[in-house]
Design a protein around this ligand. Structure first.
Ligand code: ADP
Ligand code: 5GP
Length: 191
């Protein structure tokens, strides 16, 4: 089996975080990259688990030191993937990066064999419903997230796979099947 970087992207509220949690439960060999961000934690989010929360100054210092594999600014915040964790883990296993479309395409330029998976909502109405039901966003944050949906959906064409998150278990099983197929493909890291 190859060790590959697996990018999971899609509009805010589509279910990326929920899907990744299930993937990690169903395939304990997978590990998730924990991103760094300047956005404030939502209630219930734990630093070091959901994200590593830092100030803008700290984030910029890390950019200058080349600590990020990729980073991007969106929704009035900076988000980035710490490079060393991903590179170390890829020596041992496959790594999931739950990052936006810009980050996904940048990661692919830097990391060999990066697999890009885009999660589609059943409809825009259902996406809005999920975001509102989650209840974690202010009016302003909700507006920012919905404004970016069109851009993300436009970029999805560059992704290797598109998976519809209609039923959670079905979507997770579809991704696991994709991962099994892709990890079995021939590559330099085969063992
Ligand atoms: P994202 O990480 O893409 O922003 P989340 O994983 O936080 O999205 O999911 C947004 C909301 O949608 C959560 O309340 C989650 O429980 C719900 N959700 C996720 N997948 C489904 C699904 N297949 N059907 C219905 N609700 C879902
Ligand atoms: P949220 O604020 O809702 O947690 O995340 C907003 C967006 O930032 C999501 O699309 C999420 O995938 C993306 N994101 C999270 N971490 C990173 C990262 O390290 N790099 C990039 N480019 N995007 C990220």
């Amino acid at each position: 089996m190859r060790n590959i970087p697996i990018v999971i992207s899609g509009p805010s509220g589509v279910g990326k975080g929920t899907i990744v949690k299930e993937l990690l439960k169903k395939d304990p060999t997978l590990v998730e990259s924990v991103s760094m961000t300047t956005r404030a934690p939502r209630p219930g989010e734990v630093s070091g688990k959901t994200y590593i929360y830092v100030t803008k100054e700290e984030f910029e210092r890390r950019i200058a030191e080349g600590d990020f594999l990729e980073y991007d600014e969106h929704f009035s915040g900076l988000y980035g993937t710490p490079r060393s964790f991903v590179e170390e883990q890829l020596q041992k296993t496959s790594v999931i990066l739950e990052i936006d479309v810009v980050g996904g395409l940048n990661a692919r330029k830097l990391l060999k064999d990066t697999l890009l998976i885009f999660i589609d909502p059943p409809s825009i109405e259902e996406l809005v419903e999920r975001l509102k039901k989650r209840g974690t966003e202010s009016e302003q944050a909700l507006r920012e997230r919905l404004q970016r949906v069109k851009y993300e959906v436009h970029m999805r064409e560059q992704y290797d796979y598109k998976v519809l998150n209609d039923d959670l278990n079905r979507a997770v099983d579809e991704i696991l099947a994709i991962l099994e197929k892709e990890r079995k493909k021939e590559g330099d890291q085969d063992d």
